[in-house]
Design a protein around this ligand. Structure first.
Ligand SMILES: Nc1ncnc2c1ncn2[C@@H]1O[C@H](COP(=O)(O)OP(=O)(O)OP(=O)(O)O)[C@@H](O)[C@H]1O
Ligand SMILES: [Mg+2]
Length: 466
């Protein structure tokens, strides 16, 4: 796992060039990203262009008063951490600085230990605020690669992809039916890439268009009725973390165009604003719709689709990886036991059989919900059929649809499949859905190894054996 280290950023605003130079050298050496300004106006402009975590601000500046700069910075971002420096030693300036919302106050000549301490305190406080805002995920037992259960070839490929994309900040598109674990995968990738930065999920379907726009991009004070203060959008709040755009297929065409620009140029303007804001966050998107199909129908921009689809992760539905059902039950039960203080050890053979034959339209989430409900009512340590009152009774439990029995070509409904086509489909299905090795597949198909190889060749099926 490669952790992308992102250092805190500091903006130094002081008219004394020698101080600015010394601080620049010293703080850069300490590993911070440093920018400097010799006037209040320049400092403010730099901050507006791109926010810094901490601002070191001289009180006496040639153009504007340091207190006025402090006020403007606060207006810009009320959580900004400003450390004031000055040559004055009187009580009044100190009190004024603190009243004006400065985070700390130190005197000239600057003592580096004192400055160090103030910066560390400011960063710590920033982190606490982010935690309180719910922007940082709790380092949890649930978002590590080990928390994704999957044993088949397809899931193994997905693990590899997670490893690769965790070393970069490329855009990832996660596709899969509902409940297949799209958000889980996004969180694991995030935690492998930038665990100390925010993970912000935005559901693109839940909010009306204009609201979603201001959620994503933020807005300036007065940009519309009700915009009583500047509000930062998710792209800004996510900093160097992740913006997870859930249900991306639901985004309006108007917003699709704006998002495209973010992906192309990594910058945007707040609603009602002129300043260009830089985006550092990584963008991931998820959908349970056929996005490519929507592109063909003209419902989703193709250029946006290609920008999002730099790396695609396609999560298979649970019914096509039944070998994961048993390990998922074990995993989910241990999680549920912890939460509910229970000691359930498993499901009965009868339940298992029903599960293995069920088609799981709600995928892992459905399995999890069924288990939680059963655990709540269960008396014994093994969950039996009676612990699943919904099981078998209502239409939720459907017979498995066996699509190998389909006799028509999907491309041309009404046209029957040839025997070769049926054979090819069947072989592909066995390879894809069973996680069997070559020997086992030959046995299942009742053919010899050379015959199997010939058939792979004939149908152009590649089958890598680890
Ligand atoms: N492979 C897996 N291993 C362990 N837990 C999983 C796995 N896949 C999904 N889950 C669990 O199933 C639940 C649903 O997953 P998640 O919310 O990520 O699905 P989703 O694809 O985003 O669903 P939806 O489309 O409904 O939003 C979560 O509690 C998640 O932790
Ligand atoms: Mg989801």
């Amino acid at each position: 796992m490669v952790k992308v280290e992102i250092m805190a950023s500091i903006l130094v605003i002081d008219d004394d060039e020698s101080i600015v130079e010394t601080l620049d050298l010293y703080l850069t050496e300490e590993g911070y990203t440093v920018r400097t300004a010799l006037t209040g106006t320049d400092g403010l402009n730099k901050y507006v262009q791109e926010a810094s975590d901490v601002v070191i601000l001289d009180i006496r500046l040639p153009d504007v008063d340091g207190f006025a700069v402090l006020e403007d910075l606060k207006e810009e971002n009320e959580n900004v951490k400003v450390i004031m420096i000055t040559a004055f030693h009187d009580m009044e300036t100190t009190i004024n600085a603190m009243k004006g919302g400065a985070f700390d106050y130190i005197h000239k000549p600057v003592n580096v230990d004192e400055l160090d301490l103030a910066i560390k305190k400011a960063l710590k406080s920033l982190e606490m605020e982010k935690k309180i805002d719910g922007l940082l995920m709790e380092p949890s037992r649930n978002f590590r690669v080990g928390d994704i259960i999957g044993t088949g070839n397809e899931m193994r490929e997905i693990f590899k992809t997670i490893g690769t994309v965790s070393q970069s900040r490329t855009t990832v598109l996660i596709q899969g039916e509902s409940g297949t674990g799209k958000e889980l995968i996004a969180k694991v990738i995030h935690n492998n890439t930038s665990p100390d930065e925010p993970f912000i999920a935005v559901n693109c379907s839940a909010i009306v268009d204009t609201l979603l726009e201001s959620e994503l991009f933020g807005h300036e004070k007065g940009s519309f009725t009700g915009a009583v203060a500047r509000k930062l959008g998710k792209f800004e709040l996510a900093r160097f973390g992740t913006v997870f755009l859930d249900e991306i297929s639901e985004m309006s065409v108007n917003l699709q165009a704006k998002l495209l620009r973010v992906l192309q140029e990594m910058e945007f303007e707040r609603v009602g604003g002129k300043d260009t804001v830089k985006v550092h966050a990584r963008i991931m998107a998820a959908t349970n719709k056929d996005l490519r199909g929507m592109v063909k129908e003209g419902k989703f921009r193709d250029d946006l689709y290609y920008r999002l689809n730099i790396v695609a992760i396609n999560l298979p539905p649970l019914r096509s990886r039944r070998q994961d059902i048993a390990p998922l039950i074990d995993y989910l039960l241990s999680k549920i036991n912890l939460d509910l203080h229970k000691k359930i050890i498993g499901v009965s053979g009868e339940v298992m059989e029903i599960f293995m034959n069920y088609n799981w339209p709600g995928n892992v989430r459905e399995l999890e919900n069924l288990l939680v409900r059963a655990c709540v009512v269960a008396k014994g340590q093994v969950l039996g059929v009676s612990d699943f009152p919904d099981l078998g009774k209502d239409s939720a439990i459907l017979p498995v649809k066996d699509d190998t029995a389909d006799i028509f070509t999907p491309e041309e409904p009404g046209k029957f499949l040839t025997l070769d086509q049926v054979e090819e489909r069947y072989i592909r299905k066995i390879i894809k859905e069973t996680d069997k090795n070559k020997g086992e597949i030959c046995e299942t198909l009742g053919i010899s190894r050379p015959t199997f190889e010939r058939k792979l060749d004939k149908y152009g099926i590649s089958f890598e054996q680890e």
